[in-house]
Design a protein around this ligand. Structure first.
Ligand code: HEC
Length: 162
């Protein structure tokens, strides 16, 4: 009896810790389901664009439910995830269609873990890679440096068309 109670005392905090850890870790990894989320917008970045070298192609932006709240209120709650899905384009019979994935950029709001980058973790997955998206603090600072221009909108550039 005493032993069982002791086990409970020891294992409960451990289980809670593990659950919290699993939760944050799941957030800061490739968001496998993002294609089923809300579509925020798309842009076709053509050869005439200044951004063509790095952003050329078609990009779609997706938001999970929490991020959708942020698009409404201008303040993104913890757990918000936004995906910038950049694809190459192909010309087929006069149509410009989606080609292979160039890159998947991800922003995850975890304000206590990422206070210096506006509360966001920035990740970037090349091509079809879903495992090596973690960025160094220096690279995240570069992302946040530019995104910080939208401090009025919690570091998020895009807006949700109503
Ligand atoms: C020079 C400025 C700049 C830098 C650097 C930059 N971004 Fe962005 N990012 C933008 C702009 C502008 C948009 C909005 C594109 C649109 O509206 O179609 C954007 C959009 C996004 C979005 C969709 C959410 C939003 O803000 O609209 C994500 C996710 C994202 N970027 C991730 C990253 C990551 C990760 C990095 C660093 C590896 C990064 N960005 C670096 C300018 C930048």
């Amino acid at each position: 009896m005493r032993k069982a109670r002791l086990m409970l005392l020891v294992s409960t905090p451990l289980a809670i810790c593990f659950a919290l850890w699993a939760q944050t870790d799941e957030l800061s990894s490739f968001p496998k389901e993002f294609r089923k989320w809300a579509h925020v917008k798309s842009v076709l970045v053509g050869a005439q664009s200044n951004a063509f070298a790095t952003e050329g192609g078609i990009h779609h932006i997706y938001a999970n439910d929490k991020a959708l709240e942020g698009y409404n209120s201008g303040k993104f709650p913890d757990g918000s995830v936004i995906v910038y899905d950049l694809l190459e384009t192909k010309e087929v019979a006069g149509n410009t269609i989606e080609g292979p994935t160039r890159r998947v950029d991800v922003m995850v709001k975890q304000s206590e873990r990422y206070p210096v980058t506006g509360g966001w973790e920035f990740m970037s997955f090349s091509g079809n890679d879903q495992t090596n998206g973690k960025l160094s603090a220096a690279r995240q600072a570069t992302c946040a440096g530019c995104h910080g221009n939208r401090k009025d909108h919690d570091s998020v550039f895009s807006e949700f068309r109503k």
